[in-house]
Design a protein around this ligand. Structure first.
Ligand code: ZN
Length: 347
């Protein structure tokens, strides 16, 4: 502290001495005295040299830098790993990880990210990258994405669109239909599943044979969420299902959740639940040898394959007044996605 105060003072003395020296030197012609250019410090925190006579200018950028980045890749082990590899050198590790979750959020009405991904799946992501004045680099938003699943014919596409009227930002498919649909594809809060994003080995939990549900391995206590808006029609113990909840949805379909450790507070028949709300917690009650959620979709009292039953019924379309703008954005986004190629990979 003391030194910091002394320093400007000593600069002033040195500067004065310098001027006096110039003034006292008769041989020195006026033209030999050059104004010194300012010393520019571009990195705040860099110490200027001592005995500096030049004015000091510290330059720091206040503005954020934004650019667009295409990230493409093929899943070999998991989406996490694939994004991690493709994004090296252009995004910091934290941003690469966050990108995997953001992608899961965008497609969570279309793809069960904990089960549907497999080796050979390809992704193209158009990312708005932002650099903060302090140098931190983040993903500002995903402008568009294409996910080509190897077991599905048509690639899934997502186009980011901000309605100019101030409506909420959404992702739409190429035809202008919102990706937000009536049902989530996974009943478990997938951020809590450790084996997420590409593990095709699903453990077996010693349940009854030929059951038509889907089993989600998850740690004890992982929140279980309602896949859509609906009314609770059963809460309680039900034989092999253990602690079970049934929810009836508007289209008459019933979603069933079994083996739960316990239910969320206040769960009772007749209660309305919203899509995504927590209804209970993963356990291993009933016929189960390990903690997991047993999930079923029932239509007319018969269990159906959730993958088929939950195939997206389609969300809201873009309002006609915004269609022209959306189509321009879409064409631009899809063109940028198509331009990007997987490096060193055979398509
Ligand atoms: Zn099961």
């Amino acid at each position: 502290m003391r030194q910091a105060r002394i320093r400007p003072f000593s600069y002033a003395i040195v500067a004065t001495l310098g001027l006096v020296a110039i003034w006292l030197t008769p041989a020195l012609e006026k033209k030999q005295v050059f104004p010194m250019p300012p010393v520019v410090v571009t990195e705040p925190g860099l110490e200027p040299a001592d005995f500096l006579l030049s004015p000091l200018v510290v330059k720091a950028s206040n503005s954020e830098l934004v650019d667009t980045l295409a990230i493409v890749g093929v899943i070999h082990s998991s989406l996490y790993n694939a994004l991690n590899e493709s994004g090296v050198g252009v995004l910091p590790a934290a941003a690469r990880h966050k990108l995997a979750w953001s992608l899961a959020d965008i497609f969570e009405y279309k793809v069960d990210m904990s089960r549907d991904l497999s080796q050979g799946d390809k992704f193209h992501i158009l990312v708005e990258r932002l650099q903060r004045p302090n140098g931190a680099i983040i993903v500002n938003k995903i402008l568009g994405a294409r996910l080509a699943l190897s077991n599905s014919h048509d690639p899934l596409e997502a186009i980011h669109f901000d309605p100019p009227g101030g409506g909420s930002t959404q992702y739409y498919d190429a035809s202008g239909t919102s990706l937000r649909a009536a049902f989530l594809r996974a009943p478990v809060a997938f951020r809590r599943i450790s084996s997420i994003f590409g593990s095709r080995k699903h453990p077996i939990f010693g349940e009854w044979r030929n059951h038509t549900g889907t089993d989600y391995a998850a740690p004890m206590g992982t929140p279980v969420r309602a896949i859509g808006d609906g009314v609770v029609i059963f809460v309680g113990r039900n034989g092999g299902y253990g602690n079970m909840i049934d929810i009836r949805h508007r289209n008459g379909m019933v979603s069933r959740y079994g083996h739960m450790r316990n239910f969320a507070a206040g769960m009772r028949p007749g209660m309305r639940v919203a899509m995504g709300s927590t209804i209970g917690f993963v356990g291993m009650t009933g016929w189960a040898t390990g903690p997991h959620l047993h999930f079923e979709i029932r239509v007319g009292g018969v269990a159906h394959d959730p993958k088929l039953a939950l195939q997206s019924k389609g969300g809201e379309p873009i309002p006609p007044s915004e269609r022209a703008l959306f189509q321009r954005m879409r064409n631009q986004t899809l063109a940028s996605l198509s331009e990007a190629h997987v490096p060193n990979a055979t398509e």
